[in-house]
Design a protein around this ligand. Structure first.
Ligand SMILES: CC(C)(COP(=O)(O)OP(=O)(O)OC[C@H]1O[C@@H](n2cnc3c(N)ncnc32)[C@H](O)[C@@H]1OP(=O)(O)O)[C@@H](O)C(=O)NCCC(=O)NCCS
Length: 286
């Protein structure tokens, strides 16, 4: 096996991983002081395309995930290069591999400050900042304004709503997410569904996303109702361009843990109607 310390990065093989590589992915996360997100990694290994460069030790030297949304769009995530292999072009090698694999799709990702310089060099443009908000969400005496989704009866309307807002086909991934989820809730009025949102667990935290809603009041109701079952930390990714939502999250006890830049390759327009997308599914998938 070629050694990334002595082989030019452009000659290193990139391998598609499977669920059997879970422990290697966790070890790489730990190397970069990222949480050991076992459930999330397994979800990605089973439902996205995870690519890696191997190290001679049997560990992974680097990873990246590609989540395809039909032919039109794709999300990139989990870009990690082990500390000892950093600065040798492995990040660039992995990114160019998934960009090639994505073909003509509109490709987006959330960049940390470490990844952003590389992504800019590869033609990504930042469209905004997203805050990871974490804390114990105080639900107070708010009335319950949503109901659990009935995944037989609501599925068609829910997927239609998501298709309009996300702008690309993620029906298969959503079906897998609903199986992985803690809860899926919907809001409705006389005309039909006005929103839906999902909560799912990773390590000690209840993540809320995606949140799709006709307006901020609906988004708040969905977040509040999902958070009732948290029993601990809640996390949601919220855009800085939504100061009203951020203020409300702050009042309810969620503060910024870190921030990322939302970037799109080639400055392409993002599909769908993002005015109704209040939180992404997870930073790793778009
Ligand atoms: C970000 C990360 C994946 C980069 O991997 P890497 O293998 O060290 O990156 P590369 O060696 O391929 O460098 C990529 C390019 O970015 C440039 N670059 C890296 N950091 C930079 C910085 N702070 N400022 C300017 N340019 C920078 C390099 O010079 C290089 O440019 P070149 O290809 O034109 O020579 C790695 O540092 C990492 O895993 N960080 C921790 C996890 C993380 O934050 N991941 C990103 C998630 S979005």
């Amino acid at each position: 096996m070629p050694d990334p310390l002595t082989t030019p990065a452009t000659e290193l093989p990139v391998r598609r991983l499977g669920p059997e590589d879970l422990s290697r992915c966790l070890a790489l996360s730990e190397d970069r002081a990222w949480a050991r997100e076992e459930r999330k990694w397994l979800f990605l290994l089973e439902n996205a395309e995870v690519y890696a460069i191997d190290a001679p030790s049997g560990d992974l030297a680097g990873t990246v995930t590609l989540t395809r949304y039909g032919m039109a769009a794709a999300g990139i995530g989990m870009m990690l290069v082990a500390t000892r292999y950093g600065g040798r072009g492995l990040g660039r090698r992995l990114m160019t591999h998934v960009l090639d694999a994505a073909g003509d799709a509109t490709v987006f990702l959330w960049a940390t400050e470490f990844g952003r310089p590389l992504y800019e060099k590869l033609g990504f443009e930042a469209l905004g900042v997203t805050e990871a908000r974490v804390g114990r969400l105080r639900t107070g005496h708010d009335p319950v304004l949503s109901r659990p989704a009935d995944l037989d009866a609501d599925l068609g309307a829910l997927l239609a709503l998501d298709g309009e807002v996300f702008g690309a086909d993620r029906a298969d991934l959503l079906a897998r997410l609903f199986a992985f989820a803690e809860e899926v809730r919907v809001t409705e009025d006389e005309s039909g569904l006005t929103g839906y949102a999902v909560s799912w667990r990773s390590v000690d935290t209840l993540f809320i996303g995606p949140v799709v809603a006709d307006g901020e009041a609906v988004a708040r109701a969905l977040v509040t109702d999902l958070a009732r079952k948290a029993g601990g930390l809640v996390r949601i990714e919220a855009e800085r361009a939504r100061p009203g939502l951020l203020d409300w999250l702050g009042e309810r006890g969620l503060s910024q843990a870190f921030s990322t830049s939302f970037m799109v390759h080639g400055g392409r327009p993002v599909p769908g109607d993002r005015t109704r997308m209040f939180a992404p599914m997870m930073l790793a998938t778009g």
